[in-house]
Design a protein around this ligand. Structure first.
Ligand code: SF4
Length: 428
């Protein structure tokens, strides 16, 4: 009895995601800037504008905001001749602002025409998104697809062949439904649709290769709007090819629903080593910040331990032991402060993105959690002495009191960052 440890296993349980599945590596570039997708590269965060591309200034400003928030690729709609004509102007505007993020053109229905009629648009884009489900039918579809691939080859641009549940190739689906009826035990229509998505993506990629596009210039996606369907489809897709995969739950929705649904689906796949680039398709609130989808994508990757972008704040949820909102405000202020510093800090203080900060509401878990963080503060709960011990690298270093706790804590964080991550610091 007492201190005896019950040994159920010989070894400690493994922690962490499975190794990423082996894929080809695709380079998406603009000037000197190269973003790798697949191979040994980390999972890439991307996003999409919701401005009218014809409004080149508004689009360039939103691309800049998304890039500043951390989007490593930004996709823009290219749907009309007027939009295609503005793409080089958007690129120029970004270059003038020093924003080298590669632009991806999103094409549907008329991409073959726009890319051939507007060569400067084809050149200014770094990658083309092709949806084989809405390029017409029969021979016309084949010709339109071939025309887009020919442009990609000519300008040496990679493509994403993006199949979507809402615009699946009708002819392929009808054929597969017919074949399903020949089975001894026919699949459900849903199962046939999931299979058709994967078949459409892989067969179009193979066709692109036959047309001359290099295998390492192809990325695939199969987007659906239900979590379980997405997981099933991507597991199947990942087993059937070695192209890098773009993950995203399409039409994820607004607010917490969109965030939760996207996280649930992507976390399961990323944990299994599936996924090379992600986009979170959140519907913004009216007037809401488009960059939120970038923050959510980063937070999914960082909380899963796959990448680090911004120091993370661990905060307790609060409960009846602390009726004060001081710790909520401090946690929120510190998280905002840390994120706001990152554009400068990421070059000045390498490694700072992995820092952990704890802001806790009372003595129950406060000191313990604070000791586990790089820097932690345990604020006083109800009935506790009005003092807040601060822990740095597991040691209690100071106790703050009075109305300036927030300000003093921020200064401690700033000094710690300079000392630990500044030039000449020991980064171990
Ligand atoms: S640390 Fe204290 S205030 Fe925060 S949730 Fe735990 S008991 Fe409640």
């Amino acid at each position: 009895m007492g201190t005896e440890i019950l040994n159920c296993t010989e070894q400690a349980l493994p922690v962490g995601a499975q190794a990423k599945r082996s894929t080809r590596k695709v380079a998406v570039s603009w000037g000197q800037k190269v973003v790798h997708i697949g191979g040994s590269a980390s999972v890439v965060v991307q996003s999409m504008t919701n401005t009218d591309t014809v409004d080149a200034i508004a689009t360039a400003i939103q691309v800049k905001e998304l890039a500043m928030a951390g989007s490593e690729l930004v996709r823009i709609t290219v749907n009309t001749p007027e939009a295609a004509r503005e793409v080089p102007a958007i690129r120029e505007q970004l270059d003038r602002m020093g924003i080298d993020v590669p632009l991806v053109g999103d094409f549907h229905y008329n991409g073959h025409k726009l890319l051939t009629q507007f060569p400067e648009c084809a050149q200014a884009l770094s990658k083309y998104r092709i949806n084989p489900g809405n390029m017409g039918g029969g021979k016309r579809r084949d010709d339109n697809f071939a025309q887009m691939i020919e442009v990609a080859c000519r300008y040496e641009k990679p493509v994403r062949i993006g199949v979507n549940w809402g615009s699946l190739d009708h002819e392929l689906l009808a054929r597969m439904m017919d074949q399903n009826q020949q089975r001894q035990h026919p699949w459900t229509p849903q199962a046939v649709m999931r299979d058709a998505l994967v078949v459409s993506a892989v067969s179009n990629a193979e066709r692109a290769e036959e047309l001359g596009l290099a295998a390492d210039a192809i990325i695939l996606s199969c987007k659906v709007s239900h979590v379980q369907d997405l997981i099933t489809v991507y597991k199947d897709l990942s087993a059937r090819c070695t192209y890098p995969l773009h993950l995203g739950l399409t039409e994820a929705g607004m607010g917490s629903k969109g965030i939760v649904a996207s996280t649930a689906a992507l976390a399961v796949l990323l944990q299994q080593g599936i996924g090379d680039t992600i986009r979170i398709s959140l519907t913004p609130e009216p007037g809401g910040d488009r960059s939120r989808e970038v923050v959510v994508a980063q937070e999914i990757l960082q909380t899963m331990g796959l990448r680090a972008f911004t120091p993370m704040v661990v905060a307790c949820p609060g409960c009846g032991r602390t009726s004060s909102t001081v710790f909520q405000e401090l946690a929120s202020d510190i998280q905002t402060y840390l994120r706001d510093q990152m554009p400068v800090w990421k070059t000045r203080y390498p490694g700072v993105e992995s820092m952990n900060v704890a802001v806790m509401g009372c003595v129950v878990n406060g000191p313990g959690e604070s000791r586990h963080a790089d820097i932690g503060i345990s604020l006083p709960g109800t009935g506790e002495l009005p003092s807040a011990p601060v822990y740095v690298d597991g040691e209690r270093v100071v106790t703050l009191k009075g109305d300036t706790i927030a300000q003093e804590f921020q200064e401690i964080v700033e000094n710690y960052v300079q000392r630990r991550y500044g030039s000449g610091a020991n980064h171990s």
